[in-house]
Every structure is written in structure tokens, then in C-alpha cells.
Design a protein around this ligand. Structure first.
Ligand code: IPM
Ligand code: MG
Length: 363
């Protein structure tokens, strides 16, 4: 009798290392994924492309059209970080960061989830006093493909009064409504509170933002909504970060507040992010390329491994595996293993690679 052919499904992951420590953390991310291949109900396949400063040096562009196409056709994109000070004086369309903005726009990843949770073992690493950070567990839901990052016109010009430059902060009702629904759904599965952050005392775009978020809130009666001005939110994060559950905000405010939240959790090297939307999802650490420590095996791989956990949760329908990975990160930190960004007294300093190995061991 002919043996039935068993098809094992395959997931194709596009790997974009980028610049600086992006290379190291992506290397660890891929090693991590290969090491847990046996636990997965599908085969992983990896395709690699340059992006950012390295792509600029090789190809003269921050990202190639075929890379974008390959990402669009993938099951998920794993990205390290882009940014290289050698290109600081380049015009905006020839900067490494442009690759990331193009990628977000062409994948339509309008929803950026940035969880910021403090591990008890890391209270002493926080920029705030222990008693203020204990229990901090928030999620920034950042709009990622609109607002001032993408608004047109955006230009520089020369006139009778010298040079001037213009960026446009624009949000449509549709853009606000769809990201607001994400925030309310996420809050419904957490502690049931959304803080919508804007600058409605000054900006028209924020007034619309506030109006639309209020309307969408009516679809989610089980979730409490409060509005907060962005300057106050920046302050409240340092005064009492535990008051926040879900912070819903636009592209630029979300960029700023998520960096602030990360410092409170102890290190920006810990925070993962998921960018979701209509097409292929993008998973990456919140941190940048950190050229000052690049190539020294000092980078913290936890943000990257956390991003992989988010990939299992949001894209591959394996929430239990995601929880196991998060648990192993927590236990590894409790055992006192630290990369140099943490380096707490009494801990044991480990390299990027050793940190990954410890987390794998704990799985
Ligand atoms: C981030 C980064 C990017 C952003 C840069 C690199 C364009 O800071 O993902 O937070 O501003 O969105
Ligand atoms: Mg940022």
C-alpha cells in the first residue's frame, strides 16, 4: 500500500539584520528559532536581505524593491535595527531609517504593540525607585503608518526669510478608528483601561483623535477610557507608571513615550515590538542599532527573543509557547544573568550568546 504523503507546512520568515547590534541580535534570534524548531508544528524557512546602512553601502539605497516584495509575501519579518551615524548628513530618502519607514508603509503595519513590563528581578535597574515601579505592566499601542511621520507635504525650501522646513501632522477618522479598536481589544484582554494620549489643547489633529477615540469607546463598554495630554503622560510615567494599562497614541508620541517606558523597565534592551496590520507582520526590538557597542557581544538579545515570543502569539497561534519563552526570560533574569546594559550587583555578566543559551536552557 502506498504510504500517504505527510505535508509539513512551512513558514517563511524574512530576516533583516540591519546595522550595528541588529546583526548580533538577529543572529541570536535565528539561532533561537532553529533551536526550538522541534517544538513547532511547521518548518521554518529563512530568507535574508540587507537593509539600512549596510544596504546603502552595498546598493546605494536603504532598501531594495525586491526586499520589500519578499517581505510582503512572507509569513513574518524579523528585523534587527537600522541606523548608522555615517549617514547622518544624508538627505532623508537616503538615510537607513527610511528603509524601516518604507517597510512599515508597504506592509501596512499600522498597529505597533510595545509592551513594557518590569521584571521583579530588575527593580534595581529601573530609572525609578523600586516602590514606584513594582507591578508596572503597560502596553503602548502606537499608530505606525500615519501622523507626522508620513503626512504630506513634507519638504524643505529656501525663501526670502531663509531656509524653512515643513512636516504635516494629519490623521483621518479611519486611521484613528482602526488603531483605537486594537487598543480597546487589547485592554479588554488585560486590565480593561485605555489611556488615549494626545495634544488636544493645541493640535487639530489631536482634537479629531480624541473625538474618534471617544466614539469607538462606545463599542467597548467593558473598557474604561481616559484621555491624557502627552506632556502630562510623560510626567505621569515617571511619577506612577503603574496607573497605565494600555496607552493608545499616535506615531510620534508613541515613539517618544515607548522609549521613556523602556528606561523605567531597566533597559531598552528588554523591550520587544510587534507591528501588525493588513499584510505580513514585522517583529523587532524597540532598541536601535547602538553603534557604540556593536560587534562586541554585549547586546542584550532579550528584546529580540521577546519579539519572537510575540510572533508566536500574534501570528503563529502558539500563545503557550509565547508564554513559555517569556517565563524563561523572567527566570533567567531571576537567576541573575545580565548583559552589560543591566549589570546589577551580585549578578553574573554574560555575553549576547550566553544570554540566549540561558533562555534556551530554561525552556
Ligand atoms: C522606533 C524608531 C524608529 C521610529 C526610527 C528608527 C525611524 O525610533 O521604532 O521607535 O521613529 O519609529
Ligand atoms: Mg523610537
Amino acid at each position: 500500500m502506498a504510504k500517504e504523503k505527510t505535508e509539513v507546512s512551512e513558514k517563511r520568515i524574512v530576516v533583516l539584520e540591519g546595522d550595528g547590534i541588529g546583526l548580533e541580535v538577529v543572529r541570536e534570534g535565528v539561532r533561537f528559532l532553529k533551536a526550538i524548531q522541534d517544538r513547532l508544528p511547521f518548518r521554518l524557512k529563512f530568507d535574508r536581505f540587507p537593509i539600512g546602512g549596510r544596504c546603502l553601502r552595498k546598493e546605494g539605497l536603504p532598501i531594495l524593491p525586491q526586499t520589500i516584495e519578499s517581505c510582503q509575501d512572507s509569513d513574518a519579518v524579523l528585523l534587527g535595527a537600522v541606523g548608522d551615524p555615517r549617514f547622518d548628513d544624508n538627505p532623508p530618502h537616503l538615510r537607513p531609517e527610511k528603509a524601516l519607514l518604507d517597510l512599515r508603509a508597504s506592509l501596512g503595519t499600522y498597529c505597533n504593540l510595545r509592551p513594557a513590563k518590569i521584571y521583579p528581578a530588575l527593580y534595581p535597574a529601573s530609572s525609578l525607585k523600586n516602590e514606584l515601579v513594582a507591578g508596572m505592566d503597560l502596553l503602548v499601542v502606537r499608530e505606525l503608518t500615519g501622523g507626522i511621520y508620513f503626512g504630506q507635504p513634507s519638504l524643505r525650501q529656501n525663501g526670502p526669510e531663509g531656509r524653512s522646513a515643513l512636516d504635516t501632522m494629519i490623521y483621518s477618522e479611519m486611521e484613528v478608528a482602526r488603531i483605537a479598536r486594537w487598543a480597546f481589544r487589547m485592554a479588554g484582554a488585560r486590565r480593561g483601561k485605555v489611556t488615549s494620549v494626545d495634544k488636544a489643547n493645541v493640535l487639530k489633529s489631536s482634537q479629531l483623535w480624541r473625538e474618534v477615540v471617544g466614539e469607538i469607546a462606545e463599542e467597548f463598554p467593558e473598557v474604561a477610557l481616559e484621555h491624557m495630554l502627552v506632556d502630562n503622560c510623560a510626567m505621569q510615567l515617571t511619577r506612577r507608571p503603574t496607573q497605565f494599562d494600555v496607552i493608545l497614541t499616535g506615531n510620534m508620541f508613541g515613539d517618544i513615550l515607548s522609549d521613556e517606558a523602556s528606561a523605567i523597565t531597566g533597559s531598552i534592551g528588554l523591550l520587544p515590538s510587534a507591528s501588525l496590520g493588513d499584510g505580513a507582520p514585522l517583529y523587532e526590538p524597540v532598541h536601535g542599532s547602538a553603534p557604540d557597542i556593536a560587534g562586541q557581544d554585549k547586546a542584550n538579545p532579550i528584546a529580540m527573543i521577546g519579539a519572537i515570543a510575540m510572533m508566536f502569539q500574534f501570528t503563529f497561534g502558539l500563545p503557550e509557547l509565547a508564554r513559555d519563552i517569556e517565563k524563561s526570560i523572567e527566570v533567567t533574569l531571576e537567576k541573575g544573568f545580565h548583559t552589560p546594559d543591566l549589570a546589577l550587583p551580585g549578578g553574573q555578566l554574560v555575553t549576547t550568546e550566553e544570554m540566549t543559551d540561558r533562555i534556551l536552557e530554561g525552556l
